[in-house]
Design a protein around this ligand. Structure first.
Ligand code: CO
Length: 162
């Protein structure tokens, strides 16, 4: 396994649509293993392949139990509710924005062997599903943000004031 370089804001790759995965081979497994290691090292809750320069529909999301889900060719099946919340991205260090996301999301995806499964999440996990799938469509969270949080906003949130 190897740590991969995470592309930062300004890289054209982050604005491109990723292609479907068709080969569930050792190359895909290596990408997933490297992405997992990269995400853990960067302390992220999610990571999409275009963030490491690979335009394939592959994403990782950490669920509420701390398990890292591998999502290949993921699609949102169902959403419920809508909530404003703070969000960050490993490609935008130090930047946090308010983004409106569903409260609950169910996704359908393939695992590393091509088998289909469904996964549901709420709160931060629902947010991460949407954020990572957006990456696969060349959409970054600043495109969706209703407000960019200032250092003062963040300090207030840490103190539980807002
Ligand atoms: Co991101």
């Amino acid at each position: 396994m190897a740590i991969r370089n995470i592309l930062k804001d300004g890289e054209e790759t982050l604005k491109k649509r990723s292609r479907e995965v068709q080969s569930f081979d050792s190359r895909l497994h290596m990408l997933l293993d490297d992405m997992k290691e990269t995400m853990i090292q960067a302390e992220g809750l999610g990571l999409a392949a275009p963030q490491v320069g690979i335009l394939r529909r592959v994403a990782l999301v950490m669920d509420a139990t701390g398990e890292i889900l591998e999502l290949i060719n993921p699609e949102i099946l169902q959403t419920a509710g809508s909530v404003d919340g703070a969000e960050g991205c490993l490609s935008f260090p130090e930047l946090y924005c308010i983004v409106k996301r569903p409260e609950r999301v169910t996704v359908r995806a393939q695992d590393r062997y091509g088998k289909y499964f469904e996964a549901s999440g709420e709160g931060i996990t629902a947010r991460a599903f949407c954020h990572e799938i957006d990456h696969l469509n060349g959409i970054v969270f600043t495109d969706q943000a209703t407000k960019i949080l200032t250092a003062e906003d963040l300090e207030n949130m840490r103190q539980g004031n807002g």
